[in-house]
Design a protein around this ligand. Structure first.
Ligand SMILES: NC(=O)c1ccc[n+]([C@@H]2O[C@H](COP(=O)([O-])OP(=O)(O)OC[C@H]3O[C@@H](n4cnc5c(N)ncnc54)[C@H](OP(=O)(O)O)[C@@H]3O)[C@@H](O)[C@H]2O)c1
Length: 250
């Protein structure tokens, strides 16, 4: 007898699906790549130092891992990473724009060049990747894009937050909604994932951040990514805020 609909979630099986993850050399990206490989995805990681990342993942390489060179400051590496992914796996089902940087900038301190640097890595590179990946994601019929933004994308907490970081991460949310409209009719669903403090190198030496014991583990965020990728086209999560702090609106 067939299971009743209310007891059987219509999740998408990971096997045979291909996911690209940027910035998987460490931190959240590495945890996501590891989790997706464990789920059964074929995973294409885009990193600045492929040789080092190959060593890091060598114990996991099951023939479903591709390590390509990708540097957000070098636009041709976006195209070559997509080309290498398609050449190796022949399809694309998910793009996780994870690579990102955080540098301090306030009205009192810091050079305007920080704005350019963060814009290039946090916004322009994901835009470029989405542009290149969308035709393949549309062909999948259930393509997914997850852009790793931040709680700083959803509100301005206080003056310890880098203005440049908050500005670029808020732009990532706009980019995510635009991509959702661009891909919707072809089954592409897009999430702006907005975590609070995650236990990675990104927060090293920063004032005002959530203390280590209260941060999100990268592997926890990877679980959330894995779930988002399994949701059917009928369960679109446009924004997902994962906070570590008590705040009124997020
Ligand atoms: N940690 C947090 O509390 C937190 C909270 C919310 C959102 N996020 C976001 O989560 C994402 C991942 O951050 P994380 O915490 O995992 O930071 P992380 O440990 O510092 O890792 C950053 C990753 O981005 C890569 N990257 C940096 N610049 C790059 C460039 N020019 N081209 C290509 N890749 C580049 C790094 O590669 P290399 O190893 O080559 O430097 C690394 O793989 C970022 O978008 C960040 O803004 C983090």
């Amino acid at each position: 007898m067939e299971e009743p609909r209310e007891t059987k979630p219509d999740l998408i099986a990971p096997h045979g699906r291909v996911a690209m993850v940027s910035g998987a050399s460490r931190g959240i990206g590495a945890a996501v790549a590891r989790r997706l490989l464990g789920e059964g995805f074929s995973v294409s990681v885009g990193v600045r130092q492929p040789a080092e990342t190959r060593v890091k993942f060598s114990a996991l390489d099951s023939g479903r891992l591709l390590v390509s060179r990708f540097n957000a400051f070098e636009p041709p590496t976006a195209q070559s990473w997509v080309n290498e992914t398609i050449a190796r796996f022949g399809r694309l089902d998910a793009l996780i724009n994870n690579a990102g940087i955080l540098k301090p900038l306030s009205f009192a301190e810091g050079d305007e060049s920080v704005l350019d640097e963060l814009w290039a890595v946090n916004v322009k590179a994901p835009f470029r990747m989405i542009r290149l990946a969308l035709p393949y994601l549309a062909r999948s019929g259930h393509g997914r894009i997850i852009n790793v933004a931040s709680t700083d994308a959803k509100r301005y907490r206080d003056s310890t937050v880098s203005i440049a970081y908050a500005m670029t991460k808020q732009a990532v949310v706009a980019l995510s909604h635009a991509a959702k409209f661009a891909g919707w009719e072809h089954g592409v669903r897009v999430t702006a994932l907005c975590p609070g403090a995650v236990e990675t190198d990104l927060l090293k030496g920063l004032a005002g951040v959530t203390p280590p014991g209260s941060r999100i583990a990268p592997a926890t965020l990877a679980e959330i990514v894995a779930l988002l990728l399994r949701l059917p086209n009928t369960a679109s999560v446009a924004e997902l805020i994962v906070n570590t702090r008590l705040e009124a609106t997020i």
